[in-house]
Structures are given as C-alpha cells and as structure tokens.
Design a protein around this ligand. Structure first.
Ligand SMILES: Nc1ncnc2c1ncn2[C@@H]1O[C@H](COP(=O)(O)OP(=O)(O)O)[C@@H](O)[C@H]1O
Ligand SMILES: [Mg+2]
Length: 268
C-alpha cells in the first residue's frame, strides 16, 4: 500500500506516520517511510538519535545526476523516468525494516517544478512496487498543492489527521477537497488528541468523535488516539543491543494502529 498522511501543522501527522511505520516494521513488513515535510522530524519519531544521519534527497546531487543524466537545474534535457527500484536500499536510512528517505526541498512528486530531483521523487512514488502487506508512508505538510496528479493518483489512500478543534477540521475539509480535485479516491481521517487530559473522558471522547465525523461528512474516520504525553517519545527507540524497539507509547496504542492498518487493507 502507498499511504499519504496530511492535515494541519501539529495535529500529529509525523506521530501517526511513525506509529504506522513502527507497527508494520515490528511485524517484519517492508516499510518505506518518506518525510516530505520540509520541516522534517520523522527520523526522530522513528528513534534516530541524530538528524544529521538523514541526507535529504534534494542534496543527493551525484545520485540525481547519475539517474537523470543532468545536474539538478531546471531546463535542459534529462531522463524523466529514472531508475528508482534500488533507491530505498541504496540511499535510504535503515531503521530495522524501515527504509527512510527525506525529500528536503524537493517538490512532492511532480507538481510545479519540472526538474531532475522532482523526476526522481515522482518515479519513486509512482513506480516503486510495494507489496500489499508492505507499506510506503509519506508524511506530508498540510498542502497537497505540490503533489502532481500522477503521484496523487498512485497513492492508495490519503489519511487526514484531525484534532478535536475547528481549525484542524477546517483544514481536513480543505485537504479532502484538494484530494478530490487531484483524483484521489480513498480519503480517510484519523482523529488525534481526543479527551481531556487528566480526566476520565470517555463521554467527552465519544462526543468529539461524533462531532468530527459529522463535520467531515463522507470521509470515514478509521481510528482515533487520545491525548497522551507519552506520544512525545515517538514510536521507536534504540534498545541496548542497538536494535530498534517500540516506545511505551507505541506499545500502549499498538492495537489502535493495527486497527487503522486493518481498515486500510479492507478499504483499498
Ligand atoms: N495524542 C497526542 N497526545 C499528546 N501529544 C501528542 C499527540 N500527538 C502528537 N503529539 C505531540 O504533538 C507534537 C506535534 O505532533 P506531530 O506528529 O509532530 O505533528 P505534525 O507532524 O502534524 O506537525 C509533537 O510534539 C508530538 O509528540
Ligand atoms: Mg510533522
């Protein structure tokens, strides 16, 4: 599956991307996690202690030149369909079964700029073959404007993350409309930060869920996470033996995340 994650800044896109990646990786699935947010922090949510380990694709000048036959300048001739099948293994950061790539400043898959780096990103997202039980997760910024049509349509699902506030719900509705304009068929929502901290807020959570579902109309809500300060630890951390293990947050919410994956598998 290829899944894009969008929503207003700060709603929990990176947290959800990391949790989905973490659960599948611990289940021995192949995961390709793409950080498409210029303000990148997916690596950190996946337990990578040092962000400088991640070289953004935008800065892989030699690879871009080798694959496209051109330095990363707009204009001029270059290969529009570069070979990308080995990029996850050769160029991504390896976090257990996760292959993580950050795009840096590259436009997300072909909207706007027609340049060599963008051709690589587009080829990666459109042509990379992902098994049904494996996943490509793209952690995006709120706008979908940078997503070219071909890229948007190659995504099997778009998850919009919402919080129980009207601003993030408004953004979610905008994202849904943009997704429709780009021809994306499968748009889902995941609610985050539900409940009132420090209170047993079952009723409140239910009311928030109903409000979100009503406001989002035909976008199915396929999961929800409570307000939980542990989520600040991210999804994975490095164990004493150097391997990656789940954080307390991931263990606590594993079932919720597994259900989101189950919903996705049954609906796309
Ligand atoms: N359910 C939650 N409860 C408490 N804190 C959360 C929750 N979800 C996310 N956070 C925290 O909120 C901040 C923003 O989340 P993040 O996933 O980075 O949002 P985004 O990627 O949408 O900008 C992070 O510090 C994260 O740890
Ligand atoms: Mg983020």
């Amino acid at each position: 599956m290829k899944v894009a994650i969008s929503g207003k800044g700060g709603v929990g896109k990176t947290t959800l991307s990391a949790m989905l990646s973490g659960v599948l990786a611990l289940d021995s699935r192949r995961v390709i996690a793409i950080d498409a947010d210029p303000d990148a922090n997916l690596a950190s949510a996946l337990g990578v202690p040092d962000d400088t380990q991640v070289v953004p694709l935008a800065e892989m000048h030699d690879m871009i030149a080798e694959r496209t036959g051109a330095a990363d300048q707009p204009g001029g001739y270059f290969q529009l369909n570069p070979r990308v099948d080995d990029i996850p293994d050769e160029y991504a950061l390896k976090i257990g079964n996760i292959r993580m790539l950050a795009l840096g400043g590259v436009a997300q898959g072909g909207g706007g700029c027609v340049c060599p780096a963008t051709a690589i990103v587009k080829a990666l997202l459109v042509h990379l073959i992902i098994g049904r039980d494996d996943i490509l997760i793209m952690d995006m910024e709120a706008g979908l404007e940078h997503l070219g049509r071909a890229t948007a349509q190659s995504m099997d699902a778009l998850i919009v993350v919402v919080n129980p506030d009207r601003w993030s719900i408004q953004t979610a509705r905008r994202v849904r409309d943009l997704a429709g304009d780009l021809g994306m068929q499968k748009v889902f929502a995941v609610a985050n930060r539900l409940g009132i901290p420090g209170q047993d807020a079952g009723t409140e959570t239910q009311a928030q869920l109903e409000h979100i579902q009503t406001t989002l109309g035909d976008v199915p809500l396929i999961g929800s996470l409570p307000m939980d300060p542990r989520l600040g630890e991210g999804a994975l951390r490095i164990a004493p033996d150097g391997s990656f293990e789940p954080t307390k947050a991931l263990t606590a919410h594993k079932e919720t995340i597994e259900n989101v994956i189950k919903e996705l598998r049954s609906r796309v």
